[in-house]
Design a protein. Structure first.
Length: 136
């Protein structure tokens, strides 16, 4: 698949229970030349986490949100998604990925095209890359 040029960095939003899936998606996107801001990899003890996340949200070109029952209960995920929904920088650049079925997806996310892949991060990443490519 050709490198994606329209997007230079994506923000990966998810609950820690989906960390393994997130790490695989992040790795595959990085292999395609896309920088990924993954809070689990970027925030260290002693860091001002909310400040670092806020700066990353302003800098990133797109957001991938991994949806699961735990993610929909996470205040962090909800705040990150709220930021993306309110920012023109993320218009048409918010990609919900259904990792595990959940009934708690906010109505506004239900209006966006989902990436539904079950437990296959490779398949999710292929679909995400195709959508990112279509932006360019």
């Amino acid at each position: 698949m050709p490198k994606v040029s329209a997007i230079s960095q994506v923000f990966l939003s998810y609950d820690r229970t989906d960390r393994e899936f997130a790490a695989e998606v992040s790795s595959r996107l990085s292999e395609e030349g896309i920088a990924v801001f993954d809070p689990a990899d970027e925030i260290y003890p002693g860091d001002n986490g909310p400040l670092k996340i806020g700066k990353a949200l302003q800098k990133c070109d797109a957001m991938i949100v991994l949806l699961s029952p735990d993610a929909m209960k996470s205040e962090w995920v909800r705040q990150e998604v709220d930021f993306a929904l309110g920012s023109l920088n993320y218009k048409n650049r918010l990609f919900p990925v259904l990792v595990r079925p959940t009934k708690d997806v906010p109505w506004v996310l239900k209006t966006l095209p989902f990436v539904e892949v079950g437990k296959d991060p490779a398949k999710a990443t292929t679909q995400i890359l195709q959508r990112l490519k279509n932006l360019g």
